[in-house]
Ligand binder design. Structure first.
Ligand code: FES
Length: 173
């Protein structure tokens, strides 16, 4: 487990994940309009890398739309990614600040270490790699989200050791 600069975020969602707060700002900008659902889901995917059930439920509650409608839209359009298949997820932020600090190198390290590119999952179903665009922690760039944990100041060695540990351990946890 990578253990440096962990940011357990505050506010916006019971989880304390700051990304929900950023999503809330985006929904507010759209005045919580129902017809802004696709834009809101785009923003959610930018922030989280993929749309998992909890996130879709959050959007449905805030926009006051039935969960079935939100889920239906998320599954209908090919440009939305639902929860990744891997037991573990590695989301590399490729927003400007993280890009400048070497996010592309981090992605290259994952490719080199476990042979997957963004949007792919290892053959054993252990790890999925995704990208997100600015998750609101630019001061800690480059940032990676390992499962649900936002971790800043990632080095090539950090990400290599994390994803390698997941594949070697194959613990399914
Ligand atoms: S660009 Fe990565 S957190 Fe903002």
């Amino acid at each position: 487990m990578v253990n440096q600069q962990t940011s357990k975020q505050t506010a916006g969602h019971p989880s304390g994940d700051k990304r929900f707060k950023l999503l809330e700002v985006a929904m507010k900008r759209h005045q919580y309009r129902h017809d802004a659902l696709i834009e809101v889901l785009h923003k959610a995917q930018e922030l989280f890398g993929y749309l998992e059930d909890d996130l879709l439920y959050f959007v449905s509650k805030r926009l006051k739309l039935p969960p079935s409608r939100v889920y239906g839209v998320a599954t209908f359009y090919h440009f939305f990614t639902l929860k990744p298949k891997g037991r573990h997820s590695c989301v590399v932020c490729t927003g400007t600040a993280c890009f400048v600090k070497g996010a592309d190198e981090l992605l290259e390290c994952v490719r080199d270490e476990i042979g997957i590119s963004p949007g792919e999952t290892t053959g054993d179903g252990g790890v999925s790699l995704l990208t997100a665009r600015c998750i609101g922690a630019c001061g800690n760039a480059p940032v990676v989200v390992y499962d649900e944990e936002i971790v800043g100041h990632q080095t090539n060695e950090d990400i290599r050791s994390q994803v390698k540990g997941w594949t070697i351990g194959s613990d399914g946890a």
